[in-house]
Design a binder for this molecule. Structure first.
Ligand code: HXC
Length: 257
């Protein structure tokens, strides 16, 4: 598929998907989301790729779902076609997906970033759920993921008032893993990609699954799940290699088995 609204390229073991609708601040229309889903699925299936970076421009990660495309939609269409269901591809990817966010991440843009495994924020990043100004509410997980990420008080304020949070506030609140200079955002994300590519694939996939399980289960169930995965890793060659390499004071060479 030739993409029109995203740019997809690989940097060694890391795929970079750049949302690319600059005139609309990367508003997330159906075509863009279809292209994004296809690119994500393709890289997830590609053995040469270890992780995926999702980014936008310096001005906007994404300013939300495309309001102009949505405005005349009626309930039966929105309900039956459930266009938001297609966005959830992001949450089904088994490789790490890093959101590298500069500029606006608003509405569906913030929700898309929150569907990724973690968010690296540029100093100029701005996060918000301004749907209330449009007479609606977040519809792609914003009320749930933002609340889990930053707690009720801040999530409620942002969702009720539409106020934007800058990168510093987002970091204090725990929405982003860290802040980097805007000019080096991609470089920093690619460094994470390099690190991820040096690690064991099964351990990486299980680590991702286990952390995600924390949001879907009780503490006791989550811990039981983690324990089984941890024990299961002792069946892998990568566990033998990783621990032997440590003991022998040499770098590990994982074979992903
Ligand atoms: C469609 C959008 C858009 C959007 C910006 N544009 N955001 N088009 N949908 N979400 C378009 C503008 O219409 C404009 O097009 C161009 O991008 C540049 O935007 P400006 O407003 O001129 O830029 P600026 O003055 O810098 O303001 C930036 C902004 C503002 C603060 C981000 O654009 C804004 O408030 N955007 C909407 C943010 C929002 O409400 N997001 C939530 C959407 S609802 P023209 O043609 O005039 O140049 C949502 C629900 C998700 O996301 C639910 C799940 C699907």
């Amino acid at each position: 598929m030739a993409y029109e609204m995203i740019l997809a390229e690989t940097h060694g073991p890391t795929a970079v998907i750049r949302l690319n609708r600059p005139k609309a601040l990367n508003a997330l229309c159906d075509q863009l989301m279809a292209e994004l889903g296809e690119a994500l699925r393709g890289y997830d299936a590609d053995d040469a790729i270890f992780s995926i970076i999702l980014t936008g421009s310096e001005k906007a990660f994404a300013a939300g779902a495309d309001i102009k495309e949505m405005k005349d939609r009626v309930f039966p269409d929105v309900y039956l076609n459930d266009f938001i269901a297609k966005w959830e591809v992001v949450t089904t990817i088994r490789k790490p997906v890093i959101a590298a966010v500069a500029g606006f991440a608003l509405g569906g843009g913030c929700e898309l970033a929150m569907m990724c495994d973690f968010i690296l924020a540029a100093e100029n990043a701005k996060f918000g759920q301004p749907e209330i100004n449009l007479g609606v509410i977040p519809g792609a997980g914003g009320t749930q993921r933002l609340t889990r990420a930053v707690g009720k008080a801040k999530a409620m304020e942002l969702v009720l008032t539409g106020r934007f949070m800058d990168a510093a506030e987002a970091e204090r609140a725990g929405l982003v893993s860290r802040i980097v200079p805007t000019e080096t955002l991609l470089e920093e994300a690619l460094k994470v990609g390099e690190k991820l590519a040096s690690l064991s694939r099964p351990a990486t996939a299980m680590a991702k699954e286990a952390v995600n399980r924390a949001f879907e289960s009780t503490l006791a169930e989550g811990i039981r799940f983690e324990r089984r995965l941890f024990q299961g890793l002792f069946a892998t060659a990568d566990q033998k290699e990783g621990m032997s390499a440590f003991a022998e004071k040499r770098p590990a060479q994982f074979t992903h088995g």
